[in-house]
Design a protein. Structure first.
Length: 120
């Protein structure tokens, strides 16, 4: 499946195919820590698309790399990263992940405008 090294716990009833895109120019760490008996962590390079399986109630934490540290920059519910029912049709995956990229850009712009307005 999409995630060979750390499969979702076998007692998980629902599994969702998810996609996250690093639309920044910085290296990020994607991490899921709220699922008992399972730890998921991946490095996501700028422009890279990460496809993974998770339970719908999991949260993907995005840690952005800074000089000698990483800052938690986002916490996204995995049910918002679901791409589609699991199919062998790659075009469905590409269309859904493009939607995820568009949503990420919208959320990023909203976050940046809120941050800028709080500085003023």
């Amino acid at each position: 499946m999409a995630q060979i090294i750390d499969p979702v716990p076998s007692n998980a009833a629902d599994k969702a195919l998810c996609c996250y895109v690093n639309a920044t120019s910085k290296i990020q760490i994607a991490r899921i820590t709220n699922v008992p008996n399972w730890y998921f962590e991946r490095v996501v390079f700028p422009g890279q698309r990460l496809i993974f399986e998770a339970v719908p109630d999991a949260y993907l934490e995005i840690h952005t790399g800074m000089m000698a540290s990483a800052i938690l920059s986002d916490r996204i519910p995995c049910d918002r990263l679901c791409v589609a029912e699991e199919t062998k049709d790659e075009s469905t995956l590409v269309d859904a992940s493009s939607t995820a990229v568009d949503e990420f850009h919208h959320n990023k712009l909203t976050h940046e405008s809120l941050a800028a307005s709080s500085v003023e």
